[in-house]
Design a protein around this ligand. Structure first.
Ligand SMILES: Nc1nc2c(ncn2[C@@H]2O[C@H](COP(=O)(O)OP(=O)(O)OP(=O)(O)O)[C@@H](O)[C@H]2O)c(=O)[nH]1
Ligand SMILES: [Mg+2]
Length: 393
C-alpha cells in the first residue's frame, strides 16, 4: 500500500457530525479542517465537495471510506465521520455512530430540532455514544432570541434521552462564514473544537483483548487484493498477524495496515484502518462481518434483549408488535433480519420497554451489553441492548 508512515504522537479519537438533513454537517466538517489546517496543528483542508464524493470514487484512491477526514488539535488526532442526515442513510449513521467516541450534533439555529435530530440522538444513545457536543449552526443567519429557544429545545432533547442536557457544551457556529474566513466565525469553530477536546474524554481502549474489527467497507486494490476498512473495536493488529472472519472459511494473514493513506507498524483499538488481506476474494467478506483473532469468538444467532419500542411521535410504529415480527437488526456494522419472540407478554405497544428473544437470520458476534437498532421499511422502530447470548437452537 502506501509508503508514508503514520507516527502516533497524540491520542487518537473517532468523532462525527450528526443531525438533520441540510443543517450543515458537511459544511461544518469542511470548516473544521480549514480552520485547523490554517492553525497548522496537523491535517489538510478538505472542501465540502470532496467530503461528499461518492465511495466508488474513493475506492480508486484506496484507503478509508470517503466520509472520513482526519485532523489534529494541539492535544489530539481525530478521525471524523460526516454522517448523512437524510432518513435513507440512517444505515450509514448507525455504522458511523457505532464507532465514534463522541459526536458533534449539528442543529440549524434557523430550524431547531427536527425529526432526524431526535432520531440521531436516540441512536447515538443506543449505540453507546456517551458524549455529545452541540453545534448550533447557521448562527450567522439566525435571530439571537430564536437561537436561545433552539438551544433550550436541544438541551431538553438531550436530557430526554439520558444525556446531561443542562451541562452539555452548546456552541454557536457558522460553518459557511468560517469557510469564508470571517474571524468571528473561525473563532467559533476554535471554541467548538476546544469544547470537543475538553468535554469528550479519551476513551479507555481495550488494546489487550483479542483483535476485533467490525467491517465497514470492502474494497479491491487491483493487483494487491482485498482491503477491509473500519474502526478497530479491540486489540491490536500488525502486518503478518493471522486473522479470520468467524462464520466463514476466511483464515488469512494481514499483509498491510494503513490509516488515512499512511502505513502503520501496529494499529490498536480505536484506530480507523484499512487492512490488506492475503488471498481473500472480494466477495468472501462483506460489510457486517468482523475480522478477528483466530478462535477468539463464535458468531451466534439467538439472544435476549431489553428493547424500547419507539412511539409514533418519535417516528416509530403506530401499531403494536407481536411474536413473529421480523424486522431488521443493526448490530455493529451488520444488518440482519431477526424473528422476535415476546414470550408470555406476546405484544409490545409503541412506547413500551420489553424483554424479547431474537433469532437472527445469520449468526453474528454477540455479547451482553451490545447495543442495536431495529428498523423496518426505512425507519427506526426500536432500540435495544443484548442481555443474554443464547446457544444456537
Ligand atoms: N447561512 C448559513 N448556511 C449554511 C451554513 N452551513 C451550511 N449552510 C447551508 O446549508 C445547506 C446545507 O449544508 P450541508 O453542509 O450540505 O448540510 P448537511 O447537514 O451536510 O446535509 P446532508 O448531508 O444532506 O444531511 C447548504 O446550502 C449550505 O450552504 C451556515 O453556517 N450558515
Ligand atoms: Mg452532508
Amino acid at each position: 500500500m502506501s509508503k508514508q508512515t503514520y507516527v502516533r504522537t497524540k491520542p487518537h479519537l473517532n468523532i462525527g457530525t450528526m443531525g438533520h438533513v441540510d443543517h450543515g454537517k458537511t459544511t461544518l466538517t469542511a470548516a473544521i479542517t480549514k480552520v485547523l489546517s490554517e492553525r497548522g496543528t496537523g491535517g489538510a483542508y478538505v472542501p465540502a465537495d470532496r467530503i461528499d464524493r461518492a465511495p466508488e470514487e474513493a475506492a480508486r484512491g484506496i484507503t478509508i471510506n470517503i466520509a472520513h477526514v482526519e485532523y489534529e488539535t494541539e492535544t489530539r488526532h481525530y478521525a471524523h465521520v460526516d454522517m448523512p442526515g437524510h432518513a435513507d442513510f440512517i444505515k450509514n449513521m448507525v455504522t458511523g455512530a457505532a464507532q465514534i467516541d463522541g459526536a458533534i450534533l449539528v442543529v440549524s439555529a434557523l430550524d431547531g430540532v427536527m425529526p432526524q435530530t431526535a432520531e440521531h440522538v436516540l441512536l447515538a444513545r443506543q449505540v453507546g455514544v456517551d458524549h455529545i457536543v452541540v453545534a448550533l449552526n447557521k448562527a450567522d443567519a439566525g435571530d439571537p432570541e430564536l437561537t436561545d429557544l433552539v438551544e433550550l429545545e436541544v438541551r431538553e432533547l438531550l436530557s430526554a434521552h439520558g444525556y446531561p442536557g443542562d451541562t452539555t457544551p452548546v456552541v454557536r457556529v457558522s460553518g459557511l462564514r468560517a469557510l469564508d474566513g470571517d474571524p468571528r466565525w473561525t473563532g467559533a469553530i476554535e471554541a467548538l473544537l476546544d469544547a470537543v477536546d475538553i468535554y469528550v474524554p479519551t476513551p479507555v481502549r481495550l488494546t489487550q483483548a483479542p483483535f476485533l474489527l467490525p467491517v465497514e467497507n470492502v474494497l479491491t486494490i487491483t493487483g494487491r487484493g482485498t482491503v477491509v476498512t473500519g474502526a478497530i473495536e479491540r486489540g491490536t493488529v500488525r502486518v503478518g498477524d493471522r486473522v479470520e472472519v468467524p462464520g466463514s472459511d476466511v483464515a488469512t494473514v494481514v499483509t498491510g495496515v494503513e490509516t488515512f493513506g499512511k502505513s502503520m507498524a501496529a494499529a490498536e483499538a480505536g484506530d480507523n484502518v484499512a487492512l490488506l488481506l492475503r488471498g481473500v476474494a472480494r466477495d468472501a467478506v462483506r460489510r457486517g462481518d468482523v475480522v478477528a483473532a483466530p478462535g477468539s469468538l463464535v458468531p451466534r444467532r439467538r439472544f435476549t434483549a431489553r428493547v424500547y419500542v419507539l412511539s409514533a411521535a418519535e417516528g416509530g410504529r403506530r401499531t403494536p408488535v407481536s411474536t413473529g415480527y421480523r424486522p431488521q437488526f443493526y448490530l455493529r456494522t451488520a444488518d440482519v433480519v431477526g424473528a422476535v419472540d415476546l414470550g408470555p407478554v406476546a405484544v409490545a405497544r409503541p412506547g413500551d420497554t420489553v424483554t424479547m428473544t431474537v433469532e437472527l437470520g445469520r449468526a453474528v458476534p454477540l455479547e451482553p451489553g451490545l447495543g442495536f437498532a431495529i428498523r423496518e421499511g426505512g425507519r427506526t422502530v426500536g432500540a435495544g441492548t443484548v442481555t443474554t447470548v443464547l446457544d444456537q437452537p
